[in-house]
Design a protein around this ligand. Structure first.
Ligand SMILES: C[S@@+](CC[C@H](N)C(=O)[O-])C[C@H]1O[C@@H](n2cnc3c(N)ncnc32)[C@H](O)[C@@H]1O
Length: 221
């Protein structure tokens, strides 16, 4: 059987219009009301330090980055990057009350200029929406942006065999971005190891179909 060839134009990761304006509400509904509690737990698992400098790739509505900012002292800071007009509008409005959070309109799937300046790079439900070549560019951007020993924290789907999953999961996945079907077949830890990361920690969520994966940039010790 020929493997499916995915194109970036198949992706749904550039959330726009109604879906973008009501993104948080939709996530709350799709998750049966569990999302606010889930994302707070994820941010706790990030073990944010008061002086951390964090880069959020594809920061969306800004919900996550504002939760992170609650852990900062005056020396902590976060930079969120996104390209969606509706998402940028929401995140800029929401983050106004956090002086150490900056939101920028910038693509994350092209070479970024950040080098050795962040303690953590976070990417949440974004990586699955790119073709593999662009995923590698994003991982490379994260690797260069981190200080040695810094943490790349990926919140996204875990690897699993969709065909062997319960009917409910297969039905829910039908609405997903087509590129997610490819993402769940990839060995993300092996890819990260090849791109200069080690020391992996996994926090499973939603029966293990979602995971928070933390990987450290080599050279920290
Ligand atoms: C599924 S949403 C996730 C948003 C947020 N990370 C969250 O977990 O709530 C995907 C986000 O990635 C952004 N995005 C898509 N392609 C992008 C790109 N090439 N560069 C920057 N952001 C992008 C979209 O605008 C959208 O905000």
């Amino acid at each position: 059987m020929n493997p499916t060839i995915y194109k970036q134009s198949d992706s749904k990761v550039e959330v726009k219009g109604y879906g973008a304006r009501h993104y948080d509400l939709m996530m709350n509904i799709i998750s049966g009301g569990t999302y606010p509690c889930f994302i707070r737990r994820v941010v706790r698992e990030m073990n944010i330090q008061p002086q951390d400098e964090i880069l959020d790739l594809g920061c969306g509505s800004g919900r996550n980055i504002c939760l992170m900012a609650n852990y900062f002292s005056s020396q902590g800071r976060a930079l969120g990057l996104d390209i969606g007009a509706e998402m940028l509008e929401q995140s800029q409005k929401r983050c106004k009350k956090y002086p150490n959070v900056t939101i920028k309109n910038q693509r994350i799937d092209e070479l970024l200029q950040y080098e050795n300046e962040f303690d953590k790079v976070f990417i949440s439900f974004v990586l699955h929406g790119f073709i593999q070549e662009k995923r590698l560019q994003i991982i490379d951007n994260a690797q260069r942006a981190l200080r040695p020993g810094g943490e790349f924290i990926i919140l996204d789907y875990n690897e699993f065999d969709l065909k062997k999953s319960p009917l409910l999961v297969r039905l829910a996945f039908k609405a997903e971005c087509p590129l997610a079907f490819d993402f769940i077949t990839r060995d993300l830890q092996a890819i990260l190891r090849n791109q200069g990361f080690d020391e992996f920690y996994i926090y499973p969520h939603y029966l293990g179909y979602v995971r928070l994966l933390s990987a450290h940039k080599k050279g920290g010790h």
